[in-house]
Design a protein around this ligand. Structure first.
Ligand SMILES: [Cu+2]
Length: 340
């Protein structure tokens, strides 16, 4: 069953699977609604109170009881299994997914790419390639919502949440903030622009990409004036995000305590070496083991005491809370991830 005019287009494989499940649930609800209400109306008429009619007494029909238990159980477990499979595929990005950093702030969306480019309001992604968004907020809780992809996740200050997708439909897709976040919440919009291989290569090289056709309406988008941040990015040769992070590592003084397994960075050893730590487990002083993901790195940098490593009685690492901006934090994390 399809309801093309009620639903946004399904622009990823996951969205197509999501739609099938949704339509199945809708279909099964309509089926049981008609069955139950239909039977009720029929019985009201057929068995209405009449002179001399005696109610038939009926009990202990084991076969019927077994059906009442088995059919809903099988049906609901089936729906659970189906839902779990769709959910799981939407929650687990492939390891080779392209990572893009998203920062939400009152009231705009900012995007940082591996190649060092930053855009505001327009998120550029390649066609038919898995993309993982690593998202955080600079102020209040926002929510990144791409209806055409059926992708939606809260964007929370102080931590990273992520979503992933593989766009199948080129052109522009609307992005909304799905969390009421203050007066201009309704203006907190973005366009997700899916570029073909050639356009993506140009974007990677720093070229400005013009307005793309609206993916839903299939019409050419109106020629809006270009975002100044993009025009700038087009003229400045981008420096990769990790390289930007290396500069932050130096200016914020991390380099005076940490070796980065990078010969040009000296052999500071007040703190542990940060080479190759990303994705590995850390043993903490309090006996816990924790995976070193983006949120871990951020928490250590902001509150070193909260994740004291095993073997350290007390951390001499100062807190950097409030001293590193969100964009710097993203580049710093990209740098630590790049260390082998
Ligand atoms: Cu918002």
């Amino acid at each position: 069953m399809q309801f093309p005019n009620l639903m946004p287009i399904a622009a990823t494989d996951a969205a197509v699977r999501w739609n099938s499940l949704y339509n199945f649930l809708l279909g099964i609800s309509v089926f049981f609604f008609v069955l139950v209400i239909g039977a009720m109306i029929l019985f009201i008429i057929k068995y209405r109170a009449r002179e001399g009619a005696k109610t038939f007494y009926f009990r202990d029909h084991h076969f019927l009881e077994a059906c009442f238990i088995a059919i809903p159980t099988i049906l609901l477990l089936g729906i659970f299994g189906w839902g779990y499979s769709v959910y799981n595929s939407m929650m687990r990005p492939p390891a080779d997914a392209l990572e893009i950093h998203v920062i939400g702030k009152q009231w705009l969306w900012q995007f940082q790419y591996d190649n060092g480019r930053t855009t505001i309001g327009n998120l550029y992604v390649p066609l038919n390639k898995p993309v993982k968004l690593i998202m955080t907020s600079q102020d209040v809780i926002h929510d990144f919502f791409i209806p055409n992809f059926r992708v939606k996740s809260d964007v929370v200050p102080g931590m990273y949440t992520s979503v992933w997708f593989e766009a199948r439909v080129p052109g522009e897709h609307q992005v909304f903030c799905g969390m009421y976040c203050g007066t201009s919440h309704s203006q907190m919009l973005a366009k997700l622009v899916v570029l073909n291989d050639q356009q993506w290569a140009e974007f990677q090289r720093g070229k400005k990409i013009g307005p793309q056709p609206d993916a839903r309406l299939n019409l050419a988008a109106e020629d809006t004036t270009a975002d100044p941040s993009e025009a700038q990015a087009a003229t400045i040769e981008p420096v990769s995000l990790a390289t930007q992070g290396r500069a932050v590592f130096e200016t914020k003084g991390c380099v005076s305590c940490h070796s980065a397994g990078d010969p040009t960075h000296g052999g500071a050893n007040i703190g542990p070496s940060l080479a190759g730590i990303f994705g590995k487990n850390a043993a903490l002083q309090d006996g816990q083991t924790i995976r070193r993901d983006e949120s871990y790195l951020r928490q250590v940098i902001e509150q070193p005491q909260s994740h004291l490593l095993k073997g350290y009685q007390q951390s001499v690492m100062p807190t950097f809370k409030g001293l590193i901006s969100e964009t710097e934090m993203n580049s710093l994390i990209a740098y630590i991830k790049s260390l082998k």
